[in-house]
Ligand binder design. Structure first.
Ligand code: EPZ
Length: 419
């Protein structure tokens, strides 16, 4: 497994362009399965998770090719297989997103129960329950799940939790069902809105995406289309927090400020100068030093503070003198990075859900491990202020969600290399 090697002490200066959003690309790529003709997607990031989704699409029969560095051409016309290979499901949980589209196109879909991961059990009951409401019949096998349905029927679905993936799977299946579907307590993330807008370019009728109630009018036919996905709000937040931690002045290009409502206010409260230059560019200017503070943060579904920025924010708080509290309310065990940060001298006390961070103390380098891609990003950020080099194992895990992270941080003045 490859490593990131970070030598701290450098400020970050300059500009970085934010790539397309991983968590918009994956469901939108899955949705192309339902198109009658080829789809051309722009702004698709070059990530390991995108590569896995390409292999998933190819495994069911689609032809997929890069039209240019970030443009992906997908032809779903040859699709005829409904089984997603188990090794791809195990490699990436988001392979689950093809279930609804395969049901819509072929009337059946077989996936393997994705295992849990370091951040939680990751059940799929909300996906299955929603698709069952649309008429799918689930048949469980040895770790497999086969869903069959002659023709999906619109339904009134109330999610017990605003699951992002379940909302997306149901939206996609409902867009090809007979009749109307209403999803209540739907997830409201920007990636949901982006998927809805993409579906509409294919001829779907989706109303209310971005609110807790989404209505879909099913269509018999969805055509091919061309679409540009939104920028990656989590990547933008990661670079912003890296700048606030290492110190410096960085322009974030292709960054939509409204997509991370819970972050900018907290950073300003702590003393970071966060400026919205225009609708698509932000400037992050770190103070020379942080005044003592006592920050309390909890993660929540959108528009709450994004769980995908919680590890990076914890690394940032190590720079801020005072006693801080983080409560992780989306996943049941997404604080494992606290243990890795403690190896670097961080003073953090944590259980499964709550962490107390004693900020303002120096860090030293260490051999640490990326437990998931956001935890890995947090370790890179902490390495930027460690007094000796930090070696982070799990380069491939970090590269699931960050394209050329080392090169782009080097471009801002950081000393980050790969092994
Ligand atoms: C999406 O995962 C994102 N992944 C995650 O980003 C993100 O952390 C998460 O949404 C929350 O914002 C993609 O979009 C590819 P959920 P998803 O369903 O859809 C429970 C990253 O780092 N749940 O909203 O899996 C679940 O266990 C990744 O880019 C059920 O109980 O998230 C969790 O506690 C990590 N049953 C909570 O809901 C279900 O059927 C939120 O999960 C589904 C989910």
């Amino acid at each position: 497994m490859g490593e990131f090697v970070v030598r701290g002490g450098n400020r970050l200066e300059g500009a970085v362009r934010i790539n397309g959003a991983k968590n918009a690309a994956l469901p939108i790529m899955a949705a192309t399965i339902m198109a009658h003709d080829p789809v051309l997607l722009h702004g698709i990031p070059r990530l390991r998770d995108v590569d896995v989704m390409i292999r998933v699409l190819q495994s069911v029969g689609a032809t997929v090719q890069w039209a240019s560095n970030h443009d992906l051409l997908i032809d779903p016309r040859p699709i005829q297989h409904y089984v997603v290979p188990s090794e791809l499901m195990q490699e990436m949980r988001a392979s689950l997103f093809v279930t609804g589209p395969l049901l819509a196109r072929l009337g059946q879909a077989q996936v393997f129960q994705p295992g849990g991961c370091n951040i939680g059990d990751r059940p799929i009951d909300l996906h299955v329950e929603g698709l069952r409401h649309l008429g799918a019949v689930p048949l469980e096998g040895d770790g497999t799940l086969l869903l069959q349905c002659q023709k999906l029927q619109g339904a009134d679905i109330h999610l017990s939790y605003p699951s992002v993936g379940a909302t997306e799977n149901i939206m996609m299946a409902a867009s090809r069902a007979i009749g109307d579907t209403r999803i209540r307590n739907a997830a409201m993330e920007p990636e949901i809105v982006d998927l809805a807008q993409f579906l509409e370019t294919m001829g779907a009728v989706v109303r209310g995406a971005g609110t807790s109630e989404i209505r879909i009018v099913g269509q018999e036919h969805l055509c091919g289309s061309e679409y540009t996905i939104i920028p990656d709000r989590i990547e933008a937040g990661t670079f912003a927090l890296a700048t606030a931690t290492a110190g410096g002045h960085v322009l974030l290009k292709n960054c939509l400020p409204d997509h991370v409502p819970g972050l900018w206010g907290r950073m300003r409260e702590i003393g970071v100068d966060v400026r919205e230059i225009d609708a698509e560019n932000m400037e992050i200017i770190a103070p020379e030093r942080y005044r003592p503070a006592s920050i309390s943060l909890h993660t929540n579904p959108y528009p709450g503070f994004a769980t995908d920025l919680q590890p990076q924010f914890m690394a940032f708080l190590l720079k801020v003198p005072g006693v801080h509290l983080i409560s992780e309310r989306v996943f049941e065990s997404r604080l494992g990075h606290a243990r890795e940060l403690r190896r670097m001298g961080a003073q953090i006390v944590a259980d499964q859900r709550v962490a107390m961070i004693y900020g303002g103390h120096s860090l030293h380098g260490a051999q640490v491990r990326a437990l998931d891609l956001r935890a890995g990003a947090a370790l890179v950020i902490a390495g930027l202020i460690a007094e000796t080099p930090t070696v982070i194992a799990g380069r491939e895990i970090i590269e699931r969600g960050y394209e050329n992270l080392a090169t782009r941080l080097q471009g801002l003045g950081a000393d980050v290399t790969l092994t």
